[in-house]
Each structure stands twice: as C-alpha cells, then as structure tokens.
Design a protein around this ligand. Structure first.
Ligand SMILES: [Zn+2]
Length: 69
C-alpha cells in the first residue's frame, strides 16, 4: 500500500491521484502519485524481486519550482 512520504497518509492505490501512466523499472512497476491530503508528489515502486520477495517503496519528488516573475 502506498504511503505518502510527506504526511504519512496511507491508502489504497486508488485513493491517490495517479499523475501519469505507470511504467516499468527493473522488476518494479512505478506509479507517479499525488497525495490527496497534502498534495505531495512521489513515485511508488512495487514489484516482486527475482527471488520472489515482494518489495515496495516510495521516493518523494521535489515540487516543481514556481515560475519566476
Ligand atoms: Zn501527504
């Protein structure tokens, strides 16, 4: 289950906003998700390792800098 690295909100994949289609990274499927509580964007990696061990983790992505005036 994905967990927001910023505020700790945890929920089903469907309770997060998916910002783009998922993609593959090694044996992981990667989802780019936005937290419905705090709006943080992060990548959620989930997959089964070649040894058959389920694995998942999240990597926070920095907010895009605001356009300068
Ligand atoms: Zn959050």
């Amino acid at each position: 289950m994905p967990r927001c690295p910023s505020c700790g909100f945890e929920g089903e994949l469907g309770s997060f906003k998916q910002l783009r289609g998922n993609w593959k990274y090694n044996f992981y499927t990667v989802y780019r998700l936005q937290c419905p509580v705090c709006g943080s964007v992060f990548n959620y990696y989930v997959g089964i390792s070649p040894r058959g061990k389920p694995s998942s983790f999240t990597i926070a992505s920095k907010p895009r800098p605001q356009a300068r005036k």
